[in-house]
Design a protein around this ligand. Sequence first.
Ligand code: ARG
Length: 460
Amino acid sequence: KEAKLWGGRFEESVTDAVERFTESISFDKALYKQDIMGSRAHASMLAHQGLISVSDRDSILQGLDKIERCIEDGEFVWRTDREDVHMNIEAALTDLIGEPAKKLHTARSRNDQVLTDFRLWCRDAIDNIVAHIEHLQVALVTLAMKNENLIVPGYTHLQRAQPILLQHLLLAYVEQLDRDAGRLLDCRHRLNFCPLGACALAGTGLPIDRFMTSHDLGFNAPMRNSIDAVSDRDFVLEFLSANSITAIHLSRLGEEWVLWASEEFGFLTPSDSVSTGSSIMPQKKNPDPMELVRGKSARVVGDLVTLLVLCKGLPHAYNRDLQEDKEPVFDSTKTIIGMLEVCAEFAQNITFNCEKIKKSLPAGHLDATTLADYLVKKGIPFRTSHDIVGKSVALCVSKNCQLQDLSLDELRSVNPVFDEDVYEFLGAENAVKKFCSYGSTGSECVAEQLDFWVTKLQIN
Ligand code: ARG
């Protein structure tokens, strides 16, 4: 057995079970690029500070280049007995270049090293997720542009409430996604500080320059407090929280589209390319991708909960428990990207069934609130208007008809205030036209929102 990099004081080697149980190479090899980046910056700083020679630095840098190529060509052998990505790369570098490699870990611990790698990884992951969010926003806005003037029932309590423009609803999703991206970018800003040089927990007595490595790696500044630097996982919690909120938004969108694709609603039809079938029922065409968007949101939330529970009892500075922070982040990132991708594809491959939606509009008295507004305009206090319209709706229910089907005499039998002009307020189409408040579903207000997003997302 090869001696461990930390093996000096040990007389026995670890058991196979312990080795298998404590390794992280099986998953943290995903950090190899960031680990090599960090080592390059560290070696350059050590040479700049006179802690290693320029020729040692050069052999380290050349060795790291070779190792990186070897990993990328799939030729690198990851060894479980070398525990994690950091020691795999350091040991491979020693195999490759000998003595100079032994100087690389000067004024560095795996505790600050792993966090440097991880912050760099999360930074890239955030940029990637934000790009996917924007792609979905573009798909939703494009879908909205294709469905101008389509009125759909708006629901509260999943009961028919008021008529809305479909565009208005689609743009609501776009707004939510915008905040999701904003949360990720806030998190990116807060995480972009460099732990390298915090060493094990206390810093070092060697004359390193943390500002130099921080700058080299594109961080805003070195972290101020070395204990905080190696203890902190709030950047991970924040990242996973932001992903969880995004996942919940997508899950709600998924639920809505699953519902709308049902026979009962029949408001939208996904194309075959985004549907799947049944192994027994030949007629079936299911909206599985959106069901799985709903389902996979559970994983993303689970990943956050794992991290919350992982951190809650830990004393300060590094504890080995923290090695468990990586897989949830990898899983959350992969899952949320998949969800965003498939939502965008779904948005690009659904058709709204305009005829069916239109036929359904008369049901549910969607215009009742607009009728109450009509009475308010006639000078009736709102609470009284509410009551008059309530009684008019009751009359409709007893006659099994809609408000617009009531004759003026019938309306006047409820209250004499009604005039001929009432019919301009009745029916879903008329009702939608009456909305005019900022942010409302009125066509001009929605057009303004659409313009805003078309410009912001640079859609032509
Ligand atoms: N593989 C470890 C992790 O991911 C690296 C840090 C190990 N540090 C230590 N003192 N054992 O957390």
